[in-house]
Design a protein around this ligand. Structure first.
Ligand code: UGA
Length: 448
């Protein structure tokens, strides 16, 4: 099928690339002309595992192309995936102006009926408003059908998640739209693709469920899922605080809790809390949406509050350990909001960095992928690709992202390079006994 993707950010680029890899003819467009120029030149503007491989293969087979001309993109596809940003407004609600702008473009440029699919995370009822807007902007002549097809991709494993989803949710108003979307996802549902992640030897994953719902349900499913996961993390963090006070070990507690299948082991990892461009903004947008219809989502407000306090709790540990922060050389291990991505949006590490700089510390940060982005935001810090070089002469090492390479640090070697053997671990990567045996002052979450 011929498909158009509007917006070449994390969601749009992965969606476009994977749909092309699954056999469709895809055109991608973005208002950022530099981004399109980069893509045309074979450069990939984001770091996402396996994305480079599929963009190269889809480019060679002619399955994917890029254009700055939104009209060209709109006219090309039978279905148009809207993957533009929905950033938070000052009151926490989602800014839908980019979606509205795309609706105007579609209405003006389309020459045939289109299925318009919202993939961006949007509050419930956006689809209905989008349908209304398309009809108004085209003066009722467009013949547009609208569907919601939320994405559940995690950054870092987005390509794998696309080819091996738990569920594909399509919110539609008419059965024909559901059938068109089922056709688009048929290669995934019937496993008819060469898996770029497992080189053809995919693990025996269960089949994805194809769920057809109303548009509003589909939109709610996305917000309700992300908010629930965020809630789980904040719950684990509150339990961690309690463990510290009561002399228990949060890992023992959450592991045992998670063995109950009703709870599950995932998203119970205590530490610096959740960041990224999804959970913090989605939880805010969900609270704000609920308020507009008179529902006080108190439980989510608490989850948000617990998450914000993580940075204070972490910084308390750092400043108690260091006594005086001013003038200290501090190494930050990890800047990305989580491992395997270069994304630093709402990354807890950046809040930590800002506090350290404000207090007058000399910050030496390292990250395998996110250095360029962080440098632009905090030019006054020092940056290192190699963790041992960041740790040299440091009075403290602060672990902010759970990159594998930091799990494998040789702390015996690092300790000899550091000015003081002090580690404050925001991701509980190491065993306290082992670190203490190596002569480190070691602080983490929920395990004192
Ligand atoms: C999240 C969801 O997991 C995806 O399903 C969804 O599609 C995506 O948002 C989105 O809305 O686009 P993502 O933001 O990539 O994906 O990252 P996660 O792996 O969910 O992690 C989110 C944050 O929670 C990270 O900062 C991570 O470090 C933190 N986290 C995660 C914890 O602090 N503890 C945990 O146990 C798990």
């Amino acid at each position: 099928m011929r498909l158009s993707v509007i917006g070449c950010g994390y969601v749009g680029l992965v969606t476009g690339a994977c749909l092309a890899e699954a056999g469709h003819d895809v055109i991608c467009t973005d208002i950022d002309a530099d981004r399109i120029a980069q893509l045309k030149a074979g450069q990939i503007p984001i770091y996402e595992q396996h994305l480079d491989k599929i963009l190269v293969s889809a480019g060679k087979s002619g399955k994917i192309s890029y254009t700055v001309d939104a009209g060209e993109a709109i006219r090309f596809g039978d279905a148009i995936f809207i993957c533009v940003g929905t950033p938070p407004r000052p009151d926490g609600s989602a800014d839908l102006s980019a979606i509205d702008h795309v609706a105007q473009q579609i209405a003006a440029e389309a020459r045939s009926p289109k299925l318009v699919v919202e993939k961006s995370t949007v509050p419930a009822r956006t689809g209905i408003e989008l349908q209304r807007a398309l009809s108004a902007y085209s003066r009722g002549n467009g013949g547009f059908r609208v569907a919601s097809n939320p994405e559940f991709l995690r950054e870092g494993t987005a390509v794998e998640d696309f080819f091996h989803p738990d569920r594909i949710v399509v919110g539609v108003e008419d059965p024909a739209a559901a059938e068109q979307l089922r056709e688009i996802y048929r290669p995934i549902l019937e496993h008819k693709f060469t898996c770029p992640v497992h080189d053809g030897k995919c693990p025996d994953t269960h089949k994805a469920e194809f769920l057809v719902t109303t548009i509003s349900s589909a939109e709610l499913i996305k917000h309700a899922s992300n908010s629930f996961l965020a809630l789980k993390i904040s719950y684990a963090n509150a339990v961690a605080d309690l463990c510290e006070k009561l002399g228990a070990n949060v890992e023992e507690v959450t592991h045992a809790m998670g063995l109950d299948p009703r709870i599950g082991t995932q998203f119970l990892k205590a530490g610096l809390g959740f960041g990224g461009f999804c959970f913090p903004k989605d939880i805010q947008a969900f609270i704000s949406l609920a308020a507009t219809v008179g529902v006080d989502f108190e439980i989510l407000k608490a989850a948000e509050r617990v998450n914000k306090q993580r940075i204070d709790r972490f910084f308390d540990k750092v400043s108690k350990a260091l006594w005086v922060v001013k003038g200290k050389r501090v190494a930050i291990l990890g800047l990305a909001f989580k491992a395997n991505t270069d994304d630093i949006r709402f990354a807890p590490a950046l809040d930590v960095m800002k506090r350290l700089l404000d207090e007058g510390a000399e910050v030496h940060a390292c990250d395998p992928e996110a250095l360029d982005k962080a440098k632009k935001q905090f030019p006054q810090a020092h940056y290192h690709g190699d963790p041992y070089s960041a740790l040299e002469g440091a009075h403290a090492a602060l672990v902010c992202t759970e990159w594998d390479v930091y799990k494998k640090i040789d702390w015996d070697r690092a300790g000899k390079l550091m000015a003081r053997k002090l580690v404050v671990d925001g991701r509980n990567l190491y065993q306290p006994e082992k670190m203490k045996a190596l002569g480190f002052e070691y602080f983490s979450f929920g395990r004192e």
